[in-house]
Design a protein around this ligand. Structure first.
Ligand SMILES: NC(=O)c1ccc[n+]([C@@H]2O[C@H](COP(=O)([O-])OP(=O)(O)OC[C@H]3O[C@@H](n4cnc5c(N)ncnc54)[C@H](O)[C@@H]3O)[C@@H](O)[C@H]2O)c1
Length: 313
């Protein structure tokens, strides 16, 4: 049994990672400020501490353990929201990483896994993007995440082995269905379930790489075992291109009622389209996404609306 620290433990991804670690018999200490996460999400058995990762006083309150690794997953996770308060975004997404790295060093924890994002890339040519592509983030969110990646690089010289997971669009059971500004699949599905209407802010031709939550948890755990050696940044996606229009049609087909759609407006900092080249993580860890979009969406709809178990004829 090992001890782990997981930040963002009340959120979609953090709760799933913590649950998997606990399920494998490990001890997990979780931190969350409950801004977008929910106490009910925190898996049972997790030692929970409420606090802000960008708050220095948090670190004196954290239980002193021999943490085998820190999974830093907390953060404001919407490009759109980062335009509301860029300073807060910098604190939650960059300063938090710096303080956690300092904590890792002081507590002799040598493994650090970081939830970065595809948003560090910005607009790219229409082909799967590899980790060595130029980074030109279009949102304050992407800038903060990229800064964190660089902090991790610098801390490697102090012996902190790290992996940055450039996560593409994650979806699946457990995603926040209340926040209509965060998460592409959850936003459209929540609108459809609540209003029987989807308002798309932007073109239906935009495209994304949609990756299922269980596959993302697998990637975190596989990279923890592999977080050494020179390669430290990994795309985590499927390499499959799905347009917004295609996604919406799939959602509509899975629901047992009619859903109307309006395309109108735009979102600040939105990227037109991106898909992941995932050959590096596959080569180095053997990881690959296993759950296809149809299967994953079906599971998510069943979770969000248990009565919608079958497709509409
Ligand atoms: N969901 C995605 O598609 C996606 C894609 C790329 C990257 N990511 C990254 O993965 C991470 C998790 O995303 P998610 O979808 O689970 O979002 P989420 O909002 O469900 O989870 C984030 C959690 O972190 C907590 N939190 C936020 N700021 C904090 C802070 N400063 N200190 C302590 N707790 C804080 C929130 O309360 C929440 O519980 C984020 O860092 C996000 O940027 C997510």
């Amino acid at each position: 049994m090992a001890s782990y620290l997981v930040t963002g433990v009340a959120g979609f991804v953090g709760a799933a990672v913590a649950a998997r670690l606990l399920g494998a018999g490990h001890e997990v200490t979780g931190v969350d400020n409950l801004t977008t996460g929910f106490r009910e999400n925190i898996p049972s058995g997790c030692v929970f501490l409420q606090g802000n990762c960008q708050d220095e006083t948090l670190y004196a309150r954290l239980p002193q353990r021999d943490y085998a690794a820190i999974y830093h997953i907390a953060g404001q996770s919407s490009g759109e929201i980062s335009f509301d308060d860029p300073v807060y975004d910098l604190q939650t997404n960059a300063q938090s990483t710096l303080l956690l790295l300092k904590f890792a060093l002081n507590s002799k924890c040598r493994r650090f896994l970081y939830a970065s994002t595809m948003s560090v890339y910005g607009d790219q040519p229409d082909a799967p993007v590899a980790e060595d592509a130029a980074t030109n983030p279009k949102s304050f969110y992407g800038v903060g995440k990229l800064a964190s990646e660089h902090y991790l690089r610098i801390y490697r010289q102090y012996g902190i082995e790290s992996a940055c997971l450039r996560l593409f669009n994650i979806y699946g059971p457990g995603q926040n269905m209340e926040n209509l500004r965060q998460g592409m699949v959850s936003i459209y599905l929540a609108q459809a379930l609540k209003n029987r209407h989807i308002h798309v802010k932007g073109s239906g031709e935009r495209y994304r790489d949609l990756v299922y939550i269980d596959d993302v948890v697998d990637a975190f755990l596989m990279l923890e075992r592999a977080a050494d050696g020179p390669a430290r940044i990994y795309n985590v996606g499927t390499s499959v291109r799905t347009t917004v229009g295609e996604l919406i049609e799939k959602i509509r087909k899975l629901l047992p009622f009619e859903v109307s759609v309006k395309y109108d407006g735009s979102t600040p900092g939105d990227m037109f389209g991106i898909t992941a080249d995932c050959r590096k993580i596959a080569r180095e860890t053997g990881w690959q996404a296993r759950v296809g979009l149809n299967e994953g969406l079906q599971r998510m709809v069943t979770w969000a609306m248990p009565s919608a178990s079958g497709q509409r004829q």
